[in-house]
Design a protein around this ligand. Structure first.
Ligand SMILES: [Mg+2]
Length: 174
């Protein structure tokens, strides 16, 4: 399997990951994908679940940033509601914009993780930028139209990663 497709760890969802995971790996910045990682595509506004997550991270001193391929409008609306930072039009799986962002923000690569529900965009971009990555399952079956092909193509890779235990569950890394 291509190394760039192998995440650092796997979780059912970002909401399942205990903060001890980030602490254990020296993570201070969490970059999260928006669509189907933080919220379903049809959800226009942040709900209580997301607010709770943001609150937990803030209290733990973790910096949470939305890093999305989606348009500025949707991403900015979400991050404004939540009072967190964002970077949109990231062109994942390319890692160029991600690398530039990390450099500009002076984020240490060893202290950051990218969380996302897609191997072909999130995981490949994160690995390309040489940072840790956490693969999640999509929150809901509904995908944005531009994601459907990727989802189809990444299916065998995801299956193999999990079935052959190529990727560890987040709890196993504690
Ligand atoms: Mg996504």
């Amino acid at each position: 399997m291509i190394k760039r497709k192998i995440p650092f760890a796997h979780a059912k969802s970002i909401y399942d990951v205990d903060l001890s995971f980030f602490k254990k790996h020296g993570i201070k910045v969490v970059l999260t994908d928006l669509d189907n990682t933080l919220a379903p595509i049809y959800q226009k506004d942040a709900d209580e679940k997301v607010f709770d997550l943001v609150k937990r991270y803030k209290e733990a001193g973790l910096r949470l940033i939305i890093v999305s391929n989606n348009t500025g409008k949707r991403v900015k609306r979400f991050s404004a509601e939540l009072g967190i930072e964002n970077a949109c039009w990231m062109l994942k799986p390319l890692s160029l914009r991600l690398k530039k962002f990390l450099k500009k923000q002076k984020i240490d690569k060893s202290e950051v993780i990218l969380v996302g529900d897609q191997i072909l965009t999130d995981i490949m971009a994160g690995n390309g930028a040489k940072i840790k990555t956490l693969l999640t399952e999509p929150l809901v079956p509904e995908d944005p139209i531009w994601t459907r092909w990727n989802r189809f193509f990444e299916k065998p890779t995801r299956k193999k990663l999990l079935a052959k235990h190529i990727v560890k569950e987040w709890e196993e890394t504690l």
